[in-house]
Design a protein around this ligand. Structure first.
Ligand code: GLN
Length: 282
């Protein structure tokens, strides 16, 4: 069956897709922008593209994130490839990246910075840092870990495609790293959703290990905070993403572990989303 652009978009909307998703999926398939689709709505789609488009629309209509259907997602100005092995990067996490970059700018120049992203998933945070700090001299050295070999392979492929240099290590939080290694800045967007959270069904297409962490959602954050002092240089920073209602709990964990200057940042929706502290030294 061949369809015009207008017919294809109407069919997508009849399947329940919003206008924007319908256009983004078709634009991705036809390698064109939304403006082109609007201006060429009588353009005919070859049958093979029309049937691929309908299959993509059905996936989206069944709740699969757009990013998994197109296989890519933009984060902090980088186009990342994403598969169902990794969480779809959220705009909320750009708060963490921007904060990390501010911390890097405030650190003494003249020696290389060592940065760590724990639980990197698609590589979104590590690659954004590596990209933004590309011109730094001496260069920043970025390390990224993940427990999932599939996620690490995805992050590695993104690094290769973007021409960014990141060191990857497989393993659970600190276990991925040698006990000797220390960093100037450690960031993480770990799983933090409560296992009983009623929003989880809406996230069913994403890897559960990247989403939930124990009954209060804080298990991974506790592990990360507990191990961080052994892996931070004096004057280093630990910055963590968390749920909108977990800022006080994370601030308490940081203070109890000996971090100072503990502060919280808001995400683009104005919710408390990241908390971090300063490590004075052992
Ligand atoms: N921010 C994501 C969400 O609420 C969850 C990501 C995470 O647990 N780190 O959908």
């Amino acid at each position: 069956m061949s369809l015009s652009v207008a017919q294809a978009l109407a069919t997508a909307q009849a399947l329940g897709l919003g206008r924007l998703d319908a256009q983004l999926l078709l634009g991705h398939l036809m390698q064109c922008g939304r403006a082109w689709l609007v201006a060429h709505d009588d353009h005919g789609l070859p049958a093979v593209l029309a049937s691929r488009y309908l299959a993509d629309c059905q996936r989206r209509a069944s709740g699969e994130p757009l990013a998994y259907v197109t296989g890519e997602h933009e984060f902090h100005g980088l186009v990342l490839q994403v598969s169902p092995a990794v969480l779809v990067p959220r705009p909320d996490t750009e708060t963490l990246v921007d904060w990390a970059l501010e911390c890097c700018a405030a650190m003494p120049s003249g020696r290389p910075l060592d940065l760590l992203d724990l639980g990197t998933g698609s590589g979104a945070i590590a690659l954004s840092l590596a990209s933004a700090l590309r011109g730094r001299s001496p260069p920043a050295r970025v390390t990224a870990t993940d427990l999932s070999p599939e996620a690490l392979a995805q992050a590695q492929a993104n690094a290769l495609r973007l021409g960014l240099s990141v060191q990857f290590a497989l393993g659970a939080w600190w276990q991925a790293l040698s006990s000797q290694i220390r960093f100037d800045l450690i960031v993480a967007n770990p799983p933090y959703i409560r296992e009983s959270d009623t929003h989880l069904p809406a996230l069913r297409h994403e890897p559960i290990m990247a989403l939930t962490s124990g009954p209060d959602g804080l298990d991974a954050l506790r592990d990360i905070v507990a191990g961080a002092p052994r892996h931070l240089n004096a004057g280093g920073r630990l910055l963590l993403e968390h749920g909108w209602d977990q800022a006080n709990a994370v601030a308490r964990l940081l203070a109890a572990a000996g971090f100072v200057d503990v502060t919280t940042r808001l995400d683009i929706d104005g919710r408390t989303r990241c908390t971090g502290g300063h490590w004075g030294g052992d």
